[in-house]
Write a protein that binds this ligand. Structure first.
Ligand SMILES: [Zn+2]
Length: 422
């Protein structure tokens, strides 16, 4: 996803400026050994408040999380039952895709403060939580597992600058891919190519028709959900999903064994009680719901605990400012929200919350009650803090100072500290 592209889009549209801002055991003996003394030994140990900077701070811990999600008992099971060795090799290649440095980008200035592998791990865990807190009832087991995989891969090959920058400098990627969802297409293609390379989600003739269908649809779900993370498509997604949401809540109400007092969307208890309404929904509806979940997870930072939310906000603003620095060096005017001399971080957070996040989380809560409530409640509390900080900036005429705290190098941060950062 790319917040900046969306800012440009909204700016053009509204002509005002706002700142941005199945569950199967699949364990082998060697995998059992891997689990010994693991900190992240169970998928059940994760929650919305899990600290991505911690569970993604080393290659080892990242692999532990991946094992919890895709290798261990109780994990997500991809159609075709890929072997653990193939999944591990896929994981290493996918991870590598977050560490690539591209020709034509000055990485002495661009540092990938935000679009790191830590962000990918964070989005994967948050997607899992949105399934666990209700969203899983709408999808089949294989769809749930493919969605988790797409979350991990959704920003692979991200350059650290936004699509508009790549278009402005006529980067070769723009010429190869075109302007539309430039980096999202590259990420989706990369994930699909790696799946082919490691023979995961690949159809072979010995498979039964159902399995072939699950694989074909799973690959499509991965591609579509990643493409929908393009912030430029946010309003289109909101419009399409708003129409679907009423139907989803209605189907839940019809099939809930124990009716609730209120007509709420899917809840954690529905999922835990085994409710599944996927067979009453079209495949297209399930893909749209999957894409909506991934989009919400991708922009879930404003709905996390303040300490995590503020830290992620500082990182995304730093990434914007680094782009602005590069634009100045190249003789361009800094893009919107990218000029560190003039942009207010609290004002960007307030604007992004007001024009994007509030409606998104409200729609999420309507559809996935418990997960949406968590994000929306935190968001409302965080917005109050950003507004207070915005007022403080005005009163003191001192800009809000970002407490710069990037992920570790193994977590995917590609830069070096600058003067004044510690
Ligand atoms: Zn992302």
């Amino acid at each position: 996803m790319n917040f900046l592209n969306y800012s440009f889009y909204l700016c053009n549209k509204f002509v005002f400026f706002f700142c941005f801002l199945g569950l199967v055991s699949c364990v082998s003996d060697s995998d059992s050994n891997l689990r010994t003394n693991r900190k992240y030994s169970s998928i059940d140990s994760f929650g919305f408040s899990s600290n991505a900077f911690e569970f993604s701070n080393s290659h080892k811990s990242q692999l532990e999380v991946f094992n919890s999600f895709f290798i261990d008992a109780g994990c997500y099971q991809l159609p075709g039952n890929p072997k653990a060795d193939s999944l591990h090799a896929f994981f290493e290649d996918l991870r590598e895709g977050y560490f690539k440095k591209d020709d034509g980008i000055d990485y002495s200035i661009i540092r990938k403060e935000y679009h790191s592998f830590t962000h990918a791990m964070d989005v994967m865990v948050t997607t899992h939580m949105l399934l666990e807190t209700g969203g899983g009832v709408y999808l089949t087991p294989s769809e749930r597992s493919c969605l988790i995989l797409s979350a991990l891969g959704h920003d692979a090959l991200h350059t650290g600058v936004n699509n508009s920058f790549l278009i402005q400098v006529e980067h070769p990627y723009f010429k190869e891919t075109g302007a539309e969802s430039l980096q999202e297409k590259r990420s989706a293609n990369y994930v699909l190519e790696l799946l082919d390379k490691h023979k995961i989600l690949v159809i072979n003739e010995g498979m039964e028709d159902l399995q072939k269908k699950q694989i074909k649809e799973g690959r499509d779900l991965i591609e579509q959900s990643i493409l929908w993370t393009d912030m430029k498509r946010h309003q289109d997604q909101m419009k399409e999903f708003s129409e679907l949401s009423d139907k989803l809540v209605s189907v839940i109400k019809q099939h809930r064994k124990k009716p609730t007092q209120e007509d709420i969307g899917a809840a954690r208890s529905d999922y835990k009680n085994g409710l599944n309404v996927s067979s009453f929904l079209s495949y297209e509806s399930r893909v749209l719901l999957s894409s909506f979940i991934l989009h919400c997870a991708d922009v879930s930072n404003p709905g996390k605990e303040w300490k995590h939310s503020e830290r992620w906000a500082g990182l995304v603003m730093n990434e914007f400012f680094s782009q602005g620095d590069l634009e100045k060096k190249l003789g361009f005017k800094p893009s919107m929200n990218c000029d560190r001399r003039t942009v207010s971080v609290p004002a960007c957070q307030v604007g992004f919350g007001k024009y994007v996040i509030r409606d998104l989380y409200t729609l999420l809560k309507k559809t996935i009650h418990d997960g949406g409530s968590y994000l929306l409640d935190n968001f409302n509390s965080n917005q109050k803090k950003w507004k207070e900080l915005q007022i403080l900036e005005g009163d003191t005429e001192l800009p809000y100072a970002i407490k710069f705290s990037p992920p570790t190098k193994e977590g995917g941060w590609m830069g070096e500290l600058r003067d004044g950062e510690n």
